[in-house]
Design a protein around this ligand. Structure first.
Ligand code: FUB
Length: 345
């Protein structure tokens, strides 16, 4: 929801109509990546703070410095904050802006994947490891080679292969990588290097991970989203094209790639037959929440699927002070996800 509409909101009324409440209220949390490890739910969120940076279209106001992992015995029980898991000061290559992370597990080691701006002002993706799902995590000294942009989401396929989905436009800098190299021109312009509106939209990226999960096994590829005619979604189709916040899950043998449309504030999804796609646009998962960003994950727990998401209701609409929430997610008989309205009318 755009900033200019926030003043018109009655937050007491909105919070009563909200379909779910913040999982924790003692800190602000966002961008929830939820996983079930050993029968318990772990949520890997951003830890929002007010660092005093002014709002801009490059996301400078998202000046997060650390991560706290939340855990829950079930979606109905209290969420526990497990304390400091990683701080930017302990990541040698990173300067600032610890944005949306994700995590996975392999052979008893937990891997935290996270974006941050390096000392050169360029977003890269790093990895940190721990023997516990809640950390503390120890960061590798360098960012993942050939990584760029933001919002890593790691998916383990049934055959044991791991894939990373990533990328985000505007503040996430994806548009600056169109030639394969970072274009540092027009540093203040969010629209520099975007395609024309009648050109194919920029794609999220996907890369298989190496066996040690510490790097890419291949050069990242474009994840193509097609429309109902089999044509790539266009840059001007901003209620359907990819912006940021990749997530992958599998349901009844189909691959569901879900993402945020950014400036139209939707969470949408597209269906494919393999981890690389192409994917075909399939619909909306979540209507706009209060706050500019929408970022989610989808996770199954004891036979029920859940959408983890965030909004800015607790902070009364402050864009960069968000709160993680959870709500059940349902499919229809054809495997289509039923669209969720975050507030009842
Ligand atoms: O939290 C910072 C950024 O805002 C994330 O990386 C984006 O997905 C958006 O939620």
């Amino acid at each position: 929801m755009p900033e200019d509409k926030i003043d018109q909101i009655d937050f007491d009324d909105l919070n009563q109509r909200a379909i779910s409440q913040p999982l924790v209220t003692h800190i602000y949390t966002a961008d929830p990546s939820a996983h079930v490890f050993n029968g318990k739910i772990y949520i890997y969120p951003s830890h929002d703070i007010d660092a005093g940076e002014a709002f801009d279209d490059l996301g400078s106001h998202f000046a997060m410095e650390d991560y706290h992992i939340l855990s829950m015995d079930s979606p109905q029980t209290e969420a526990i904050d497990n304390g400091l898991a990683l701080h930017v000061n302990d990541v040698p290559w990173a300067d600032k802006q610890l944005w949306a992370p994700d995590a996975t597990e392999k052979d008893g080691t937990y891997y935290l994947f996270f974006p941050a701006k390096g000392h050169d002002g360029i977003f890269r993706i790093g990895v940190a490891t721990s023997s516990s799902p809640v950390g503390p995590f120890k960061a590798k000294p360098e960012a993942i080679q050939e990584s760029f942009s933001i919002d890593p989401a790691v998916f383990k396929d049934d055959n044991g292969s791991y894939y990373m989905y990533f990328g985000g436009i505007w503040g996430g800098q994806l548009q600056r990588w169109r030639t394969g190299n970072f274009n540092s021109g027009h540093p203040e312009s969010p629209v520099a290097f975007l395609p024309e509106n009648n050109e194919p939209a920029l794609c999220a990226k996907v890369a298989k991970l190496r066996d040690d999960l510490l790097g890419f096994a291949e050069a990242p590829k474009d994840l193509l989203i097609l429309d109902e005619n089999g044509d790539p979604l266009l840059n001007g189709d901003n209620s359907r094209r990819f912006f940021e916040a990749s997530w992958m899950h599998k349901y009844n043998g189909k691959y569901y790639f879900s993402y945020s449309t950014g400036d139209t504030h939707l969470v949408c999804y597209a269906l494919g037959d393999n981890p690389y796609g192409p994917f075909t646009y399939a619909g909306r998962i979540l209507e706009p929440v209060v706050g500019w960003t929408s970022h989610h994950s989808i996770c199954e727990f004891e036979g029920q699927w859940y959408l983890f998401y965030h909004d800015s209701s607790l902070s009364k609409g402050v864009t960069h002070l968000r709160s993680v929430k959870v709500t059940p997610l349902e499919y229809d008989e054809n495997g289509k996800i039923k669209t969720i309205a975050p507030y009842s009318s």
